[in-house]
Design a protein around this ligand. Sequence first.
Ligand SMILES: [Zn+2]
Length: 466
Amino acid sequence: MTWIDSHVHLEDEAFAEDSGDVKTRALAAGVELMINAGSTREANCKILQNLPFDESMFAGMGLHPHEFPATADFYIDDLREQLSREKIVAVGEIGLDYHVFKGVPLPDMMAQQAAFRRQLRLARIFELPLIVHVREAYPDALRMLREEGPFPAGGVLHCYAGGPELLDEVMQMGFYIGVGGPVGYPSGDSVRLSVAAAPIDRIVLETDAPYLPPQSRRGLRNEPECIPEIARAVAGVRGVTLETLAGQTTANARRLFQLESAASDVWAYPLQNHMYVNLTNRCSANCIFCPRRVSRKLQAYDLTLKREPLAREIMFALGDVRKYSEVVFCGFGEPVLRLPVLLAVAREVKRQGVKVRVNTNGHADLIYNRDILPDCLGLVDEWSVSLNSADPEQYDRLVKPASGPGALAAVKQFIARAAAAGFEVTTTAVELPEVDIRAVEALSQQLGARYRGRTPQRLGEPEERD
Ligand SMILES: [Zn+2]
């Protein structure tokens, strides 16, 4: 029987002395994976440092409502970079917390809402699931999730305390509920009613360690090894065996955070004399002509990723690339969302002397709010940008950028800057009757790029994945 603890804070000071022992005890209790939720700028940095060395750990990056109004703009820009890193599977924990603590200034609701909204937009751009903290603020939190949604990657309302009456709406939004220690508290009636009423495939377990210990450890430090005690309380409410609950909640967490078995995942695939890299299925656009939500099949390959590959896994899948004319970062998703991984792999490809092309939607400036091109000099040879339209309104209608309307201006700037910086820049467009291809061609030329030609709308041809 194995478990996933979907919400821990193991970077917390409370574990400074013995985090190794804590993990050993967690493993002994059957907790095979943990999601470390980042809550402050410092916590996020600390988590990222440890993440590569810990096989049982994945993480979310976010700024907790307690961080506001102390949070500056550059915190959000740092968060963009943090979200692009390996093993980051969620945005969070973020949210709203209106609880009034004695001796502490009243919560600044407006500042919290503004920060929540900005991070919700990042979740859309990165298409990552959300880890949401809500305390005494359910009406506002659900309203903002409605306003900023939909969130195709879903999310979890961690330590759910909204009661059974809000469950319908939570489920409609595609969210899960996180259930922790309070399910076993004498005061936990509302939580138990929610657990009884929620669909079993939308419940994930969590400790929130070091906080919210289960009943047997009230007043003490919580640890991920307490998951079985929480699970016993949940199994009791649901009337299922522990085995059933373990199987179900583990599958739920793996589905939500995209951590299912990667055994059948295709990370690299040759077509003719090109080698393609399948970095992600996530995208900052939702083009009306993109098949990725329906099918990610491409010739003999199914490019659905059940878990995103690590840089070293891609390098292993690529092997010796010298027999190919180029390595292309492509797939049914936007590779620039994983820029550090992309560049690590590109460095190895360039070491072998092979050309690197990146097929992109050109949203880099919108994703990172900075110029990423200097990072890519010497590692990327060609940017192939899906331009798709020369008309800003038509572009928004066809491409549906997650960053909101007006994205074409940023794409044009990216193309012009890349061309000026000496990269080879080509553009593509999907052939739709309403698109003025000659205008796309003229715009490309004007920006210093070469129009690659119309991309016919053949399903799954690599150049038109976006
Ligand atoms: Zn937490």
